[in-house]
Design a protein around this ligand. Structure first.
Ligand code: GRF
Length: 201
């Protein structure tokens, strides 16, 4: 039986596309069972529709408060019975109800080498600091902002003439490869979390 993956998006969904493309090959062993978004009409949702993957939208504005939204997001995801949930450019912080349900089974990709440069502007902050190497980090989401146990990282050189966009685009190339490789292995072979340390066989 292939493993079941739910992917959450907010924007273009190019990292989602890499997972959809990988999952199109049965030997990958993973099916994207649903794609969820926090907004209507984003390109990530259209990519899912083109791939024939069910979608759902869970907007904060449609709920009484953030806690109600968080519970609704958890319910929407639970309905698809995922083994793992991936945040791929999902620009919201999940709350306690979601983490109660999916803690240890919810990963996020961040475009910097954590714990450096967490938050919304990883590539911009890394450039402003003048680093020579940046990259991307796949981590298990916890209650903090980009603080959870690290599953994988890939380094990307910073060029002298990089701006925020060129660096982010190059990091995204590495992110897509990392996600496909590591999410596939997590689901096919399993992983172990001991404190902050995540290991795979
Ligand atoms: C990725 O760099 C991700 O780490 C960040 O937003 C980007 C998503 O890009 N949070 P896309 O929407 O998958 O193209």
């Amino acid at each position: 039986m292939p493993a079941r993956l739910v992917v959450l998006v907010s924007g273009t969904g190019s990292t989602l596309q890499a997972l959809l493309d990988a999952a199109a090959d049965p030997s990958y062993g993973v099916v994207v069972v649903a794609v969820g978004a926090d907004r209507d009409g984003c390109e990530g949702l259209r990519r899912a529709e083109r791939a024939g993957v069910p979608t759902f939208v869970c907007r904060v504005a449609d709920h009484r408060d953030r806690a109600a939204w968080d519970r609704a997001l958890a319910e929407e995801c639970t309905a698809f019975g995922p083994d793992l949930v991936v945040s791929a450019g999902f620009m919201r912080l999940a709350g306690p109800a979601f983490l109660d349900r999916f803690g240890g089974r919810f990963v996020n990709s961040h475009p910097a080498l954590l714990p450096s440069f967490p938050g919304m502007h990883g590539p911009r902050d890394a450039l402003a600091h003048g680093v020579k190497v940046s990259g991307c980090t796949l981590f298990l989401v916890d209650a903090g902002v980009d603080t959870g146990p690290i599953v994988a990282q890939r380094a990307v050189d910073v060029n002298d003439d990089d701006d925020e966009q060129s660096l982010h685009e190059r990091i995204k190339l590495a992110e897509r490869l990392m996600l496909v490789d590591v999410v596939g292995r997590m689901l096919r072979e399993g992983y172990c979390v001991t404190g902050r340390k995540v290991t795979m066989p």
